[in-house]
Write a protein that binds this ligand. Structure first.
Ligand SMILES: [Zn+2]
Ligand SMILES: [Zn+2]
Length: 400
């Protein structure tokens, strides 16, 4: 009574978790969500191709790698049927000159698989992967690494590259502003359990309005030696973690480097434990006509009407007698859990995203591990994760 009398006309008191908080009555937050009219039209759900690859692999041009030449990586990736790959050597090992090291390696040829241009930007404030459809001046990004984020961000923008935060909760975590990055490595290496905090950072970035693609990367450094004499103390790692643990799937418009990067930036991406594990697909039917209208990575305007969501597992490795658990996350919080069974496992649920303000949904799938005979020990490290989707977004401001 006393307080409201003293501040009458100026302040109101709101109860927040039992604590009285003073608030100006006429305060208008200029950043509060408004109605959006400028969302891009949704691309086709069928005009494209699912491509699988690894976005974080080290060749012999990284000084701590062993038995993993560019030629070795590409012939292995081709033998497994990977569609694309990014060899991301530590740029600091060549003082930023990846253009005259990894990229001029005689074996560095794009074909099967499609080879992205890139490097691991290895700095005092942590690691990020750079992906590009064309060669670019990586030296400039290396040179600017210790400058303020506003300078780094301007160089990144000029180069027109895709920048991705690596192992964000691990050693050498990405210590720059997330406003500069287009994606985040939410699943680094076969060892799934160490990624829990990376997922937490991703959810925080999504919840605060950043439309940020989650991707995987094996970070494989060591190949299998051709002869016993070539073995190093790290050679055993290749049995536990190698190319494809995990595997990142992109739904690309066509089989080109440009289309792979665009799909990665747009978020039509899911991650599977290995190349043989089922792929998670996540769709939504906006008008309840029984036909799916959007998929993960897409951003639609919420109408205030219910939306039907569909989670499905595809791939030869779906085990008909297995049970998979789908966990749906809404706005960073657990929303619901569903069980999938059968040869073509599908789960559907309905929810109404708020008409005003942002909402996102994403899913993780747990279940039995799929054997990866070439990397036989990886199954134990990845369990129980089968795969994860990117979010379906509502009312995310494209001008954020
Ligand atoms: Zn790293
Ligand atoms: Zn690395």
């Amino acid at each position: 009574m006393l307080a409201s009398h003293l501040f009458s006309g100026l302040l109101a008191f709101t109860l927040f978790s039992g604590v009285a908080v003073a608030q100006q009555q006429d305060h208008v937050n200029p950043w509060a969500p408004t109605e959006l009219h400028n969302l891009a039209p949704i691309a086709s759900l069928t005009d494209g191709v699912w491509m699988k690859g690894d976005l974080h692999v080290h060749s012999g041009h990284s000084k701590e790698a062993s038995n993993n030449s560019v030629g070795h990586i590409l012939s292995y990736a081709n033998s497994i049927g990977f569609d694309y790959i990014a060899i991301t050597d530590h740029d600091n090992h060549v003082l930023g000159d990846v253009a005259h090291n990894t990229w001029t390696d005689p074996d560095y040829k794009s074909g099967s698989p499609i080879l992205l241009y890139g490097a691991e930007w290895t700095t005092t404030r942590g690691h990020g992967n750079v992906f590009s459809a064309t060669s670019y001046d990586h030296q400039r990004l290396y040179d600017v690494r210790d400058q303020r984020d506003i300078v780094v961000g301007a160089v990144k923008k000029e180069l027109g590259v895709h920048l991705s935060a690596n192992h964000p909760s691990g050693k050498d975590h990405f210590g720059y502003s997330y406003d500069m990055v287009d994606s985040i490595e939410v699943w680094n290496s076969a060892l799934w359990s160490k990624n829990a905090n990376a997922i937490m950072i991703w959810d925080d970035m999504l919840s605060s309005g950043r439309k940020l693609t989650g991707r995987g990367g094996s970070d494989a450094h060591h190949g299998i030696p051709d002869t016993p004499e070539q073995a190093t103390k790290n050679s055993a790692q290749a049995k536990y973690n190698y190319i494809g643990t995990p595997t990142t799937w992109v739904f690309a418009k066509e089989r080109t480097r440009r289309a792979v990067i665009d799909a990665l930036t747009n978020g039509r991406v899911s991650v599977s434990a290995n190349p043989y594990a089922p792929r998670v697909e996540f769709y939504a039917d906006l008008d309840q006509d029984g036909k799916m209208d959007i998929m993960m990575g897409d951003n639609a305007k919420a109408t205030g009407k219910p939306v039907k969501f569909r989670v499905q597992l595809t791939g030869k490795a779906v085990l008909a007698d297995a049970t998979y658990t789908v966990k749906v996350v809404k706005d960073g919080n657990p929303f619901n859990t569903y069980t999938l069974m059968g040869k073509t496992p599908i789960a559907e649920f309905t929810d109404t995203p708020a008409e005003r303000g942002r909402t996102f949904y994403r899913v993780t799938v747990e279940g039995p591990a799929t054997p990866y005979p070439q990397v036989p020990e990886s199954m134990k490290l990845s369990e129980p994760m089968v795969g994860l989707s990117n979010p379906i977004y509502f009312n995310f401001d494209p001008n954020f």
